[in-house]
Unconditional design. Sequence first.
Length: 463
Amino acid sequence: MQKIVIKNFGPISCAEIEVKKTVVLIGEQATGKSTIAKLIYYFKSLREDLFNTIYKSSITDSAFVFNYINHLIIPSRAKFYDFFGSTFHMRDFKIIFYYDVHEDKYLELTLNSAKKLKPFFSNSFKLLELGAQITGIRRFMPDTIDENNISDVLAFNQEKLKYAEALSNILKEVFCCRQDDNLFIVAGRNATVGYSESFEKQFLVDAHTQYERSFKKRQQTIDETLMLDFVKRVVEMKDLFKKFGGFEDLLRSFNQTKKNKMNVILTKIESVIKGKYKIDNFGEHIVFNSDTQERIDLSNSSSGQQEVIRILQDIFLTISQNKNVLRIVEEPEVHLFPIAQKKVIELLVQMANNNDSNQLVITTHSPYVLTILNNLLFAQRVIDKNSNAEAEVSEIINKESRIKSDDFSAYVLVETNDGSDSKSIIDETTGMIAQNYLDTVSEILGNEFNVLYKIHAKTFQRQ
């Protein structure tokens, strides 16, 4: 089991979150939902940064094992600054991410007396042993090669691939993570709609150049890294879809078994965007009338269609390519009617369920999202109690979108005098979202109506 504990960081005074297969964070604006989501992403994606740092370091560095701790600490500091900005203005905090609670394997972040980030890896990481293990697989790499000798070059590249795979497997084991693909799907996704292909690619070049400059000066804008990574993924997705023309055209390239599975997903996607997604040299479109081929440019479509299309593209590709993924999605419900919200949440959960290693974190303001998730939990609960009900339940909620209670955690961020505290909203008896929490918003609105009605009734009495 994984867990994050946060004290006195940003708007959060105290939070303890179990990071299960699916995690949901709800609360009013500015209570710290995005802060927690970014922290989870920071700790879960740190392995990738360490891989890149170690892989790119000198092959012949005999002192690597002694410098190994620096290979861990330097990237962790740099990444933290990218995500959260300067630490000099921050109050003293403590953040602990347990990669494995049972093994007491954690990374703790605090500030030292100079207000600099102080990462501490628990003894369970066995850093010196790990450094020696990595040094052991590095020594098989040749020191030099004859670049004019094709055989030497091919052999060297083959050894590099073996080394990369071995290093990746070691770090996956150390960080208790089998995910190969991490992505933070930011809010404001409609910003990736409406720009030309050449503009997007030039933006990536310019942003990367500016990022490299600002990185040296340590003045980059908070969230720049997340947005840059997201735009990069959008460009990759669009390039892939453009080769085929859209979802339907890509579907035709699959074998029959995969085609049957993905066709069900595509049907749900098209019901959300109210048409068929197409992309060509003239841009992205939604075809809303298949008979007449009437279409609308995606840049002129509704705000809901623009916000959700990148989520749907990622879901389709992730499931079809059978990736091991971590997905953190900010406000997937934005600008969507509740029925469309239901379908998007079901698709996101299906993506999480597609592989045992997959994880999904959602931040939301919507009580509808909680109700939808509760139905997915209840559907599984019904089957657990009575397996003979499978056919009836499947008519309402398909097997792939159901949630096991052991795989699910949900928290509300509540404002206090010192900041926000987290509170689990799971009923321990049922394993579902507590009904009293789901009723809270309705009760507030209902009470207001009752008071207004009483005032209204008094008016008639006076007359």
